[in-house]
Design a protein around this ligand. Structure first.
Ligand code: GDP
Ligand code: MG
Length: 178
């Protein structure tokens, strides 16, 4: 909520099938990889408090991007409500990587003059033989985007905890520099 100074709304965006919901499910603790209890606020929204660098942070994770039932307004909504964004692509799908660039541009347009924390997430890093986007390309893209970069695997739970800790750190960096 607005009154909570350590609560951050983090929004997952990216092409269908890249693994957003899989990452959200890990966050939600279906596989119990992160420290504390999770509250499921709705079908597409999860809340959980993490300890990051000795300080608690509550993430409200929003995974509504692909929710077609609600119609197109949901994407505009997603673009407006995030305190931070995870732009996800699959390292096995170049089109999803190109889509990530489009989304970065849309986000910049939607939130002009705001310095929004973003992490570019190359998911499915376990699928080494199907890789279409190199680590170097991902990293270079993040430099252009002026954001952080991480490769994750929801399937083998690699770097997922680091991803959520990373977004908390990005939000804090901006908060502390104000
Ligand atoms: P979303 O449409 O972005 O929410 O993607 P999903 O989370 O539904 O994942 C789409 C498909 O990719 C599912 O079959 C997942 O099991 C699979 N998937 C998601 N993340 C990974 C991953 O890190 N590695 C592998 N091998 N498969 C994944
Ligand atoms: Mg999904």
């Amino acid at each position: 909520s607005e009154s909570c100074s350590n609560c951050y709304r983090v929004v997952l965006i990216g092409e269908h099938g890249v693994g957003k919901s899989s990452l959200a499910n890990i966050f939600a603790g279906v596989h119990d990889s992160i420290d504390s209890d999770c509250e499921v606020l709705g079908e597409d929204t999860y809340e959980r408090t993490l300890m990051v660098d000795g300080e608690g942070a509550t993430i409200i994770l929003i995974d509504m991007w692909d929710n077609k039932r609600e119609g197109e307004w949901i994407r505009d909504h997603c673009m407006q409500v995030g305190d931070a964004y995870l732009i996800v692509y699959s390292i096995t799908d170049r089109a999803s990587f190109e889509k990530a660039s489009e989304l970065r541009i849309q986000l910049r347009r939607a939130r002009q003059k705001e310095d929004i924390p973003i992490i570019l997430v190359g998911n499915k890093s376990d699928l080494v033989r199907c890789r279409e986007v190199s680590v170097a390309e991902g990293r270079a893209c993040a430099v252009v985007f002026d954001c952080k970069f991480i490769e994750t695997s929801a399937a083998v739970q690699h770097n997922v905890k680091e991803l959520f800790e990373g977004i908390v750190r990005q939000v804090r960096l901006r908060r502390d520099s104000k």
